[in-house]
Design a protein around this ligand. Structure first.
Ligand SMILES: Cc1cc2nc3c(=O)[nH]c(=O)nc-3n(C[C@H](O)[C@H](O)[C@H](O)COP(=O)(O)O)c2cc1C
Ligand code: SF4
Length: 464
């Protein structure tokens, strides 16, 4: 049975916790005060490194290591919070911003002090109107109370937090496209290097972190990095610590967002926290583990790790559903943990239709700078549409594979890989669905966006 631990989410159920008096009654800003008045920046950085907090935005890069890339002699450093949350199936960051915005602001204060920044920009997807309003109100409250502004907590170290609404483009969640958009330029990814930690916002060294990553910092300081890291169910060697906000949507009885230690399994997420399959007579067909850019997993597929030296050896022969949800274990079975928000699909879904639905999204969102991505996304949709109309031929399956292979590793940002890898996984794991679609078309199949697939687009997630 999955353990449901409320640390980061411990104020989610508290009435009016988005207001400063209520948040403070429940512990807010104690750690920001301690950090700024009683801790050195280096001590905070050490705790964050010891916490083994892997970035919660999708790539899973360790935050402590990223902070260490900042040049030592930088005159200006910025902190940028990625609150774009555009990944289909993902609806966790908005829970923090709507229910407990002061936790994020407190995290920003601790992080600014730790990395030598005076200004934070929170880049929020514009559709998240409630998040934007709650954050702006909370910043105003914190400023009035003297927690932000010229002398936070009486310290002669000015700090400001600004909310910057995006304009609703998925690609602006990619950190360098986000920086361009923040600067008022077209939201297109930049070539890396230079990485943002060296040359980021307005040409200055910048740390870009996800909402949940930074909102975890006060808890890390409260518990101590090592103790926070040890909450994880994964062996220490995986260096993947703490708790995470797990999302689950699609064909489950209880879709929502749940905090639990790193390393629970997809089976626990679906059947314990998610309440099990929505329809008792429709078994699980597949699960996308962490937002739509992560390759789908088949419940009947098992882990192949016969060598004792393989980190996944303890799970050799077990179902993919029983592998712990950590950054590296998920990579080990050919997918990604991503945003840790799973999309559950039952036996009514034809995976060619699921693929068509997702590929249409990526075609729409490709920024068009790179030919393999711009053209590849378009061709994938053209072929899938042809199949859906019942005009496909068997060679179309090979064509989809060929197009996907040509998209990967050849582009400026990871959107192309995040399109091609899921496409390949749908074909490799469910070839029979593509053949069926080629033979009969897709007219009658249940769509991912059918009315009972609650929350798949992220809009209706509940938090617990
Ligand atoms: C196409 C694309 C979209 C992305 N969207 C988001 C997003 O909405 N939110 C986010 O935090 N990270 C997103 N990322 C990842 C960011 O580029 C970056 O890795 C992340 O903000 C770093 O924060 P973290 O280390 O705390 O995870 C996206 C990446 C790509 C390639
Ligand atoms: S991979 Fe796609 S989204 Fe990323 S920069 Fe190239 S064209 Fe734009």
């Amino acid at each position: 049975m999955a353990e449901h631990r409320k640390i980061l989410s411990n104020r989610f159920d508290v009435e009016d916790a988005w207001t400063l008096p209520v948040a403070e009654r429940h512990g807010a800003y104690r750690l920001a005060r301690k950090a700024v008045t009683a801790m050195t920046p280096e001590a905070i950085r050490d705790e964050v490194r010891a916490a083994n907090v892997r970035g919660r935005g999708g790539a899973g890069f360790p935050a402590g290591v990223k902070w260490g890339f900042l040049p030592k002699d930088a005159d200006t450093v910025y902190l940028v919070i990625n609150a774009d949350e555009g990944e289909p199936g993902t609806f966790k960051d908005r829970q923090i911003m709507e229910k407990d915005p002061h936790r994020l602001i407190e995290g920003c204060i601790c992080a600014m002090w730790a990395i030598g920044a005076h200004v934070t920009y929170i880049y929020v997807r514009c559709e998240l109107v409630k998040s934007i309003r709650r954050l702006e109100a909370a910043i105003e409250e914190a400023r009035n109370k003297g927690y932000l502004g010229r002398r936070p907590f009486g310290k002669d170290y000015p700090m400001e937090v600004h909310v910057h609404p995006g304009a609703g483009a998925y690609i602006c969640g990619e950190e360098t496209a986000l920086l361009n958009s923040l600067e008022g330029k077209r939201g297109e990814p930049r070539l890396k290097p230079p990485f943002p930690a060296v040359e980021g916002a307005f040409g200055k060294p910048t740390i870009v972190n996800n909402v949940e990553t930074i909102a975890s910092v006060p808890d890390i300081l409260e518990m101590g990095g090592k103790a926070w890291s040890d909450i994880s169910l994964l062996p220490e060697s995986f260096r993947d610590g703490g708790t995470r906000l797990y999302g689950v949507s699609g064909h489950v009885k209880n879709p929502g967002v749940f905090e639990a230690p790193v390393g629970i399994t997809l089976r626990e997420l679906i059947y314990d926290l998610g309440g099990g399959m929505l329809h008792d007579d429709r078994p699980l067909k597949g699960v996308i583990p962490g937002g739509s850019s992560t390759p789908v997993l088949h419940p009947d597929h098992v882990v192949h790790a016969p060598a004792e030296t393989d980190p996944l050896h303890p799970w050799h022969g077990k179902s993919h559903l029983d592998v712990p949800m950590g950054v590296d274990p998920m990579r080990g079975i050919g997918t990604m943990l991503g945003t840790c928000c799973a999309i559950v699909m039952d036996s009514s879904v034809n995976m060619a239709e699921a693929a068509r639905n997702l590929m249409k999204f990526y075609k729409h969102e490709s920024c068009g700078q790179c030919t393999p991505c711009r053209e590849g996304c378009g061709w994938l949709v053209d072929v899938l549409e042809r199949i859906a109309r019942g005009e496909g031929v068997r060679e179309d399956v090979d064509l989809l594979v060929d197009i996907s292979n040509n998209m990967m590793g050849n582009t400026i940002c990871a959107l192309a890989d995040g399109t091609a890898m899921p496409m390949l996984a749908f074909i490799q794991k469910y070839p029979e669905d593509f053949i069926a679609a080629i033979e009969r078309g897709l007219g009658a199949h249940t769509r991912l966006d059918a009315s009972d697939a609650s929350g798949a687009s992220g809009a209706s997630g509940r938090a617990a």
